[in-house]
Design a protein around this ligand. Structure first.
Ligand code: NAD
Length: 462
């Protein structure tokens, strides 16, 4: 795999300040496929200076011109779709068709949506005797996770650039090659030097330096709740804007009137795709007691079918984390229906699709985010109990409700403390706001709501 040995700063690849590197490992065969520089506070400092220097020019660029640059960036992503998919597959391990359709496909949609929004958004409005200007917040520090390597980058960088902000990105250490490819795309799309800068490195070093940098105006972070909490505290102390997209433990609520087989099959696919490494995955399936055993049988069959089609998890560390949750599920008395902690293959960070039945709402596997291909099926007696269980975690990122009539599902969904609910298998909408209630985060990404995260208002009274 191609890897750059420097940082993309001020429109060029520059040598890193230090000599340390990070190995990038293919999770399928555990081979090292590349090395990228491990950035330090000095690299972050250079990148923030470049972003600051580029800010006045980019902020003053008419939104239609910013839109044209974003459209050019989208076109480069389209032209390099296969290379993106192959890179994500090499460093994340996801099967190539999934990388093509989702890991490469969704960022193209999102970049395109912001090219359109930049051109059409009302950056100026009249409110009574005032003119209100929606101005860029400034220099953005973006910190992203590995689970959807390019989507997480584009979901921050595209709206930030559309708003007129400039960006320093610190991508996840497990998937830096995709981030380097994105930097190449930025260069190819001819964005002005310094509007986008990339510093690869470790979270507690480069990530922390970026989050703490006094000349960063807004920190946008996606990752674990533990790290998000620290970043929120740092930003709070510095009185700067922060957006946090954190973990989830979403419920897939199957009401008794629903098409059970469809709800279970879609629910299992939702959890197993990307090897369970989706923050919005519906990892708790809630089934009425009258249909419980039938649902368990259907879920077991669906998960078994997934078998060989599933990719590995991203790293050895992630695999041991997922395994220890599976062991905890067994130890706490859940019924292991398929899968388990043993490795299905000799090589690679694989985990078998795993389904637990007889999971009670207070068990660890029903409360904590596993981030692996593990489904917990929970029984409920009536609708009130289903609401209580669904809302009974610290998270509130996503969810699903299934019922014969849409109105019944909608009425239930309105009672959920969560940021997104798919009704009867509703499709992903790249324009709908995405983000969490409770400890799933602060702020929203995607669409016009995602754009406003990067804007601040100035009111002029007449
Ligand atoms: P993580 O929090 O360990 O890392 C995320 C990013 O933060 C990485 O770039 C990492 O290098 C950086 N980081 C780590 N420590 C840091 C520190 N002290 N200061 C600054 N930056 C630091 O999470 P992860 O293991 O990479 O990702 C998995 C987690 O991300 C899961 O909990 C998942 O739910 C969450 N996630 C949430 C969403 C969402 O949209 N809500 C999307 C994807 C992933």
């Amino acid at each position: 795999m191609k890897a750059h040995h420097g940082m993309y700063i001020g429109g060029e690849w520059r040598p890193a300040a230090g000599v340390d590197t990070i190995e990038v490992v293919n999770p399928v065969d555990e081979q090292v496929i590349g090395r990228v520089p491990a950035g330090t506070a000095a690299d972050v400092g250079h990148a923030v200076r470049a972003a600051r220097a580029a800010l006045p020019g980019w902020a003053a660029t008419p939104p239609t011109e910013r839109a044209a640059k974003l459209a050019a960036l989208r076109d480069v992503l389209v032209a390099r779709k296969d290379e993106i998919a192959e890179t994500v597959t090499a460093e994340l391990g996801s099967p190539l068709p999934f990388s093509q359709a989702v890991h490469a496909g969704v960022p193209i949609l999102v970049a395109g949506s912001y090219a359109e929004l930049a051109a059409t958004y009302a950056f100026e409005e009249k409110v009574g005797n005032s003119t209100v200007y929606h101005e860029p917040v400034g220099v953005v520090g973006a910190i992203t996770p590995w689970n959807y390597p390019l989507h997480q980058i584009v979901a921050k960088v595209a709206p930030a650039l559309a708003a007129g902000c400039t960006v320093v990105l610190k991508p996840a250490e497990d998937t830096p090659l995709t981030a380097q490819l994105f930097a190449e795309a930025v260069a190819e799309a001819d964005l002005p030097a310094g509007v986008f800068n990339l510093v690869t490195g470790l979270g507690p070093v480069a990530g922390q330096a970026l989050a703490e940098h006094p000349d960063v105006d807004l920190v946008s972070f996606t990752g674990s709740t533990a790290v998000g909490r620290r970043i929120g505290a740092t930003a709070g102390a510095a009185v700067k804007r922060v957006a946090l997209e954190l973990g989830g433990k979403s419920a897939n609520v199957i009401l008794p009137s629903a098409d059970l087989a469809k709800a279970v099959n879609v629910g299992v696919a939702n959890v197993m795709s990307n090897s369970g490494q989706t923050c919005s995955a519906w990892t708790r399936m809630l089934v009425h007691t009258s249909q419980y055993e039938e649902a368990v049988g259907l879920a077991a069959a669906a998960a078994t079918k997934y078998g060989d089609r599933i990719g590995p998890v991203v790293s050895a560390k992630q695999r041991s984390r997922v395994r220890s949750y599976i062991e905890k599920g067994i130890a706490e008395g859940a019924r292991l229906v398929v899968g388990g902690p043993e490795s299905p293959r000799e090589q690679g960070y694989f985990i078998s699709p795993t389904v637990f039945a007889d999971v009670t709402p207070d068990m660890t596997i029903a409360q904590e985010e596993i981030f692996g291909p593990v489904l917990s099926i929970i029984r409920y007696e009536d609708e009130e109990e289903a609401v209580r269980i669904a809302n009974g975690t610290v998270y509130g990122l996503a969810g699903a409700v299934w019922a014969a009539e849409e109105a019944e599902a909608v009425a239930f969904a309105r009672r959920l403390d969560t940021g997104q609910v798919d009704i009867n298998g509703g499709r992903f909408n790249p324009l709908a706001p995405f983000g969490g209630y409770k400890q799933s985060g602060v702020g929203r990404e995607l669409g016009s709501h995602g754009l406003t995260e990067y804007l601040q208002t100035k009111s002029l009274q007449f």
